[in-house]
Ligand binder design. Structure first.
Ligand code: SF4
Length: 218
């Protein structure tokens, strides 16, 4: 029997509102069981740049919107430093439900990295968003997003400052677009890094965003 994925729940449409509504009922993997809600992407269908993160965090899970917590605030700062207006972007995550663990004591939910199975299960939503928006440039923020589109063996650190293209794979025969792809660190990795390295990591994120924006001007 084929593995359960979001593919069973993605409607045949390029309308972002219809996709977002359908995603609310997704049971393509088990992550919907404990999360508050699906956190679909946000932004204009006319966006020329798409940013893809890993998964919603605690605050995104509660708000139902991507990149509204601490990582989102850092991303906003990086976008401002790079001279990119967030209004021209479509922002989403590789996985649409918050995965977390609860420590034995305390109530604070701790982020847990989604498994490869969960990333692959959720990928039909990301493909549907890409087909709806048809971005010219996609920026993959962090290893989970990078592996979702570039393959499980992809090493993010060796491909920064490069304009890439998604591999043609069995998983993507229906994806009829070929945007330029740029990889960078996830803003939460910048926040979690040692204090003495944060400024450099932030500057590198800004530099990657500027590189991505520069591809649009070609
Ligand atoms: S994480 Fe993705 S595939 Fe899994 S239930 Fe949520 S929307 Fe569906």
């Amino acid at each position: 029997m084929a593995a359960r994925t979001a593919g069973d729940f993605v409607p045949d449409t390029h309308d972002l509102d219809d996709l977002a509504e359908a995603a609310l009922g997704c049971k393509g993997c088990d992550l919907y069981l404990n999360a508050t809600q699906t956190v679909f992407g946000a932004g204009s269908s006319a966006a020329d740049m798409m940013l893809v993160g890993e998964q919603p965090g605690d605050q995104e899970d509660k708000a139902g919107a991507p990149f509204v917590g601490p990582a989102g605030r850092l991303l906003d700062k990086a976008l401002a430093a790079a001279g990119i207006d967030r209004d021209r972007l479509y922002v989403t995550n590789a996985v649409k439900h918050f995965k977390f663990t609860l420590p034995e004591r305390g109530k604070r939910r701790i982020h847990k990295t989604p498994s490869r199975t969960e990333v692959v299960a959720c990928r039909p939503w990301l493909f549907a968003e890409m087909m709806a928006v048809q971005p010219d440039v996609v920026v993959l923020l962090g290893a989970t997003a990078a592996k979702s589109l570039m393959g499980n063996d992809f090493r993010l650190t060796t491909h920064r400052d490069e304009a890439l293209h998604m591999p043609v794979a069995d998983a993507t025969p229906h994806l009829e677009i070929d945007p330029e792809v740029v990889v960078s660190a996830h803003p939460s990795a910048v926040l979690r890094g040692p204090p003495e390295a944060r400024e450099m990591a932030f500057d590198a994120l800004v530099s990657d965003l500027q590189f991505a924006a520069g591809l649009l001007g070609k």
